[in-house]
Design a protein around this ligand. Structure first.
Ligand code: GDP
Length: 424
C-alpha cells in the first residue's frame, strides 16, 4: 500500500503530527522533496521533536525512513538534527535511515547565495528561509551539484568541486562582490559532515522497489503545502520543489509506482509564513488572538506566522491539486475561543466574485469574502468521537467537507498522539 500525506494549503498544517500518528500502520516513511526549509513538530511520549530533514517515522524504532532523490540535504544541518534526536534517546542507524545516492547536497555556498540575494532584494525580498533551497535546486537543474553518492568517490568529487567552485565564484565574487568561496574549506565541510553518513547512502529505488514488491506499506511525507508547489502554487512565492502528491513516487525513486491513497492535511483555519498573497489574512487583534491560540510561530525559524480564517477557495484548489482521497482536519480545538467562526468563502477581484483560485496579479488583487458559522465555544481537546463533539463543531466539520469536496477522515483536537478521532 502506497499512501502520501500532503498539505492542502501554505504548509504548517500539522503534517508532522499526522505522519507520526499514521506511520504506526506503515513499514517505511519517505521524504520525497525539499530540504531543511520547513519544520515538522512532533510531540510524543519521549518529548517534543522538531524535524527539518528526517522523515517523521524516525521517532518509531521499527520504521525504516528514506530520504529520496528529490531532496536537497544540508549535511551540517542533518548532522545536528541526528545528534539532537540521539540525545533525546532516538536510535538512528543505517538500518532505519536510508539516504538516496541521488539526493542533492545543499552546500554552504547555496545558503550564502540565498542570503546575498535576499539582501540584494531589500524591500522586494521573497521571505526566503535563507537555507539555500532555491539556489541548490537551481544548480540541480543546471546539472551543477554534488549528490550523496559522490561522497563515495573522493578523488572525482575533489575534481568536480574544484570546477563548481570556479563557476560559483563568477556569481559570489564577481557578481555579489563577496569574498570568494574556497574549495579547501568545502572539502573539509564535506569530510566532517558528509563522510559520517556514507553507510546510510544507498540506492533507494532498489530498496523501495523491493519493499513495494514485498507488500510493505509505504508512507510518503511531504514538506510544505500545495500552494507552495513550484508549478501549482502561488509562484513566485513558492518553494523551489514539487510539494504535490503526484511527485511522491518520482521524488522517492519509484516513478513506476502509483499511489493508493492521498491524505490531505488541512488546518481548521489558515496560516502562512513569509511573503506573498494571503487573501484571507487577519490583522490586528483578530490576528493576535488566533496566532496565540494556535501557537503559530515557525518551527524552523520561529517567525510569527500570518493567520486568517479557513479559506475555502484556496483549500478546495489545494485538495484538488493534491488529488486527496481523504482529509485530516487539524487544530480544530484552537477555534474554541470564537463565538462565530469566520470562513473565507470567495474572493473579490476587480469587483467580481470569484470562487476559483486565481493566479499571479489576479490573486494579489483578491479581497476575501467572509461568512460566519456558529462557534462551539468550549474545550474539545478531550473529544474521542463525533458523538462527544458539540453539534456546532460537527456542523463546521461537515461544512468544510462539502466546501472542499473531500471527506474528512481524521479530526485532530490537540498536539498529543491520542488527541484525535476518526470519522470513518
Ligand atoms: P507541519 O509542518 O505541517 O507539521 O506543521 P507544524 O510544525 O507547524 O505543526 C503544527 C503545530 O501544531 C505543532 O506544534 C503541533 O504539535 C501542533 N498541532 C498539530 N495538530 C494539532 C491539533 O490538532 N491541535 C493543536 N492545538 N495543536 C496541534
Amino acid at each position: 500500500m502506497l499512501t502520501a500525506i500532503v498539505g492542502t494549503n501554505w504548509g504548517d498544517e500539522g503534517k508532522g503530527r499526522m505522519v507520526d500518528l499514521l506511520s504506526q500502520a506503515y513499514d517505511v516513511v519517505v521524504r520525497y522533496q525539499g530540504g531543511n526549509n520547513a519544520g515538522h513538530t512532533v510531540v510524543n511520549e519521549r518529548g517534543k521533536f522538531i524535524l527539518n530533514l528526517l522523515p517523521s517515522g524516525i521517532l518509531r524504532e521499527e520504521t525504516v525512513n528514506v530520504m529520496g532523490p528529490g531532496m536537497v540535504i544540508d549535511l551540517e544541518h542533518l548532522m545536528g538534527e541526528v545528534s539532537r534526536l540521539r540525545e533525546g534517546g532516538i536510535t538512528i542507524s543505517p538500518a532505519n535511515l536510508k539516504i538516496s545516492d541521488r539526493a542533492t547536497i545543499c552546500m554552504p555556498y547555496h545558503k550564502l547565495l540565498d542570503i546575498l540575494e535576499e539582501e540584494r532584494l531589500g524591500d522586494k525580498k521573497f521571505g526566503s528561509t535563507r537555507r539555500g533551497i532555491s539556489p541548490v535546486y537551481a544548480d540541480k537543474y543546471m546539472k551543477k551539484t554534488l549528490r550523496m553518492g559522490d561522497l563515495r568517490h573522493w578523488d572525482a568529487l575533489e575534481e568536480r568541486l574544484q570546477d563548481l567552485v570556479e563557476w560559483k565564484n563568477l556569481t559570489v565574487e564577481k557578481g555579489y562582490g563577496h569574498a570568494p568561496i574556497q574549495s579547501q574549506a568545502l572539502l573539509q565541510w564535506l569530510q566532517t559532515y558528509g563522510l559520517p553518513f556514507l553507510d546510510y547512502v544507498c540506492d533507494t529505488t532498489e530498496y523501495l522497489t523491493q519493499a513495494e514488491a514485498q507488500g510493505r506499506r509505504i508512507l510518503f511525507e511531504a514538506q510544505l503545502g500545495a500552494l507552495r508547489d513550484i508549478d501549482f502554487g502561488i509562484y513566485p512565492y513558492t518553494s523551489a520543489s514539487s510539494t504535490i502528491a503526484a511527485y511522491a513516487p518520482i521524488g522517492s525513486g519509484i516513478p513506476q509506482c502509483k499511489l493508493d491513497n492521498v491524505i490531505g492535511i488541512m488546518k481548521a483555519y489558515s496560516s502562512c509564513v513569509g511573503e506573498g498573497p494571503f487573501t484571507c489574512e487577519f490583522f490586528g487583534q483578530e490576528a493576535d488572538q488566533l496566532r496565540q491560540a494556535g501557537g503559530e510561530y515557525g518551527a524552523a525559524t520561529g517567525r510569527p506566522r500570518r493567520v486568517g480564517g479557513f479559506d475555502v477557495v484556496a483549500s478546495r484548489y489545494g485538495v484538488q491539486m493534491q488529488g486527496c482521497t481523504s482529509l485530516a482536519l487539524t487544530k480544530l480545538d484552537v477555534l474554541s475561543y470564537l463565538d462565530k467562526i469566520p470562513v473565507c468563502v470567495a474572493y473579490e477581484v476587480d469587483g467580481q466574485t470569484v470562487t476559483h483560485f486565481p493566479q499571479g496579479v489576479e490573486l494579489a488583487k483578491a479581497k476575501p469574502v467572509y461568512e460566519y458559522l456558529p462557534g462551539f465555544g468550549c474545550d474539545i481537546s478531550h473529544c474521542k468521537s463525533a458523538e462527544e463533539m458539540p453539534q456546532a463543531a460537527m456542523n463546521y466539520i461537515r461544512y468544510l467537507e462539502s466546501a472542499v469536496g473531500c471527506p474528512i477522515e481524521y479530526v485532530s483536537v490537540g498536539p498529543e498522539r491520542d488527541q484525535y478521532f476518526k470519522l470513518f
